[in-house]
Design a binder for this molecule. Structure first.
Ligand SMILES: [Zn+2]
Length: 145
């Protein structure tokens, strides 16, 4: 069950544009994520209900990272569900038209609909990971590029 989070944690590539090495911490009231910064990728580490999670996010350029799920280049990744990790707004189900600005962060116009959509996406992405289809899809994309 995915819980709706108004303050989905964001990884913004621009925050790290001049940092090629080192560590940082992304903090929100409900989650702290350690970031190991490498020239070509970020390693993200966090703990959720006693379970450790980690994720590697490829760095495309100073301002762009690659979505771990679909391989799309994007400026920021969102963590709507800590058991899944960071995804681009499309994979995380954060359709921009459905979101409005509240001055600082985006908030869904219809949280219930957004939540249903997000659950479907999370289930889909979890299935894809189990099958390993995720990896092959990314490899194909890499070959195209
Ligand atoms: Zn994606």
């Amino acid at each position: 069950m995915v819980t709706y989070r108004e303050d989905a944690l964001q990884l913004r590539a621009i925050q790290f544009q001049y940092r090629r090495h080192g560590t940082a911490v992304l903090t929100l009231p409900w989650l702290r994520v350690g970031v190991h910064i490498h020239p070509t990728c970020f390693t993200l580490l966090w703990c959720w209900y006693g379970k450790r999670h980690h994720q590697v996010v490829r760095r495309v350029s100073r301002l762009l990272v690659e979505c771990p799920s679909c391989g799309r280049r994007c400026a920021r990744l969102y963590c709507a569900d800590p058991t899944v990790g960071f995804l681009c707004y499309r994979c995380a189900g954060l359709k921009l038209k459905r979101w409005r600005r509240n001055g600082y962060d985006r908030v869904p116009v219809r949280p219930e609909a957004w939540l249903k959509w997000l659950e479907r996406q999370v289930a889909k992405s979890a299935k894809a990971k189990e099958r390993g289809a995720d990896g092959t899809k990314r490899a194909e994309r890499g070959a195209d590029a």
